[in-house]
Design a protein around this ligand. Structure first.
Ligand code: S3P
Length: 423
């Protein structure tokens, strides 16, 4: 358990870890490429470490060297591992790896921790089976441990039924080794990290708008080795954006960020709430500034934040706002590292706000200008984003206690240090 104390005036600049999504893709593409790749700025969390371990088990050479990691495919390409591929807490590792190993002849076993073993994997098994892989797991929604029988795949056209960059990415990774092109159609635009990284690795992708979403077609091919420089993670910047906005006396900056449109929906939400939070374009990267603000309630639809990763921290912003905020179509929150739908409502209530669910929507009646969050005790359900959202509330409010705080190690091992440095 960790006690979070209220923090005094907040000033300063934070460099958040390298983007987790980009890090996973850069590692996987490097392990598949011809020749050695060098990666800098990788996310230092356990999730990306799991992807590095997995590609090493598949035969890739992984050499950490001070602030960089070198990755190289084995002669003859990746091959099945005798030991299971340990994906730990990382859904991205498990789902993207399913796509990678589907194209590697042989039997692959994938395992995860208790949280990951509760998450549905049928969403990737369905398209991979259509491509010719055999995928088995536990129960109707296919939970880990998983067994994937990889082999020769065929390209398919697949319409992703739930907005999910992980599913899109699993299919595209499998498509690298397939006969014929692979097309993924998404009705809602999800993050384009895989498409961007694949293009950077010399692969041929065509992207066209379709309805409100996109049609992405990949020609099979082998990525080229390169130097990857990973930008800062905007989803981690979101914690400091809300911290700055809800704190009584704050002027914060987060430097060196990726700001792809699908990743920074939270900035638009906060702007609508009246937050003095802004992104600044510096060409190769962005920074974000956040100043103390008086917030008003808003309505947030999941399409604005397709991965819904920033909803727990936006719930904290809603708790500090005047009026009732609505979070619409948030079913996907239930199948993240924890049930973040229930967890976000629970966190709001523990802070003293009224919060309630109606179907897949939930509502938060904020405490308004007084912003007197109650001191709280929260079990964060072994979920890093719930821990960080609660910590921000405690630091800006009247403190709190968080069980499961060690799970920040999955994505942001130095979160509590960086938070303390701002006071
Ligand atoms: C991710 C996609 C999102 C997000 C996760 C990382 C990715 O999941 O929640 O933290 O790297 O592709 P979904 O695409 O399944 O919503």
């Amino acid at each position: 358990m960790r006690e979070v104390t209220p923090l005094g005036p907040l000033r300063g600049s934070v460099r958040v870890p390298g983007d987790k999504s980009y890090s996973h893709r850069a590692v996987l593409l490097s392990a598949l490429a011809e020749g050695p790749s060098t990666l800098t700025g990788l996310s230092p969390g356990a999730d990306v470490a799991a992807t590095l371990d997995a590609v090493a088990r598949l035969g890739a050479l992984v050499e950490p060297d001070e602030d960089r990691v070198r990755v190289r495919a084995p002669a003859g390409g990746l091959r099945p591992s005798d030991a299971p591929l340990e994906c730990a807490n990382s859904g991205t590792t498990m789902r993207l790896l399913c796509g990678v190993v589907a194209g590697i002849a042989g039997t692959h076993r994938l395992v995860g921790d208790a949280s990951l073993s509760r998450r549905p994997m049928d969403r990737v098994a369905t398209p991979l089976r259509l491509m010719g892989a055999r995928v088995s797991g536990l129960g109707p929604t296919l939970h880990a441990p998983l067994v994937v029988e990889g082999g020769t795949l065929r390209g398919i056209e697949y319409r992703v039924p739930v907005p999910s960059a992980q599913v899109k990415s699993a299919v595209l990774f499998a498509g690298l080794d397939a006969r014929g092109p692979t097309t993924v159609v998404e009705a809602v635009r999800t993050r384009t990290t895989t498409e961007d990284a694949m293009r950077a690795a010399g692969l041929a992708l065509e992207v066209a708008p379709e309805g409100g979403g996109r049609r992405v077609t990949l020609a099979p091919g082998r990525p080229v080795a390169r130097t990857w420089s990973v930008p800062g993670d905007p989803s981690q910047a979101a914690f400091f954006a809300v911290l700055g906005a809800i704190h009584d006396d704050a002027s914060l900056e987060v430097v060196s960020l990726d700001a792809a449109p699908e990743r920074v929906g939270f900035v638009g939400v906060l702007a609508r709430m009246g937050a003095r939070v802004a992104l600044h374009d510096h060409g190769a990267f962005h920074s974000l500034t956040a100043l103390s603000s008086a917030l008003v309630a808003t309505e947030v639809h999941s399409h604005e934040i397709p991965s819904v990763d920033e909803v727990p921290i936006l719930t904290v912003a809603a708790c500090a706002a005047e009026g009732v905020s609505a979070f619409r179509s948030m079913a996907e929150l239930r199948v993240k590292e924890s049930d973040r739908f229930a967890g976000s409502i629970e966190l709001a209530r523990r802070l003293g706000a009224a919060a309630w669910a109606e179907g897949d929507d939930f509502f938060v009646e904020g405490l308004g200008a007084a912003r007197r969050f109650a001191p709280f005790h929260l079990d964060a359900g072994l979920d890093h984003r719930m821990v960080m959202a609660a910590a921000v509330a405690g630091a800006a409010g009247r403190g709190g206690a968080i069980d499961g705080d060690e799970t920040v190690a999955t994505s942001y091992p130095h979160f509590f240090r960086d938070l303390a440095l701002l006071a």
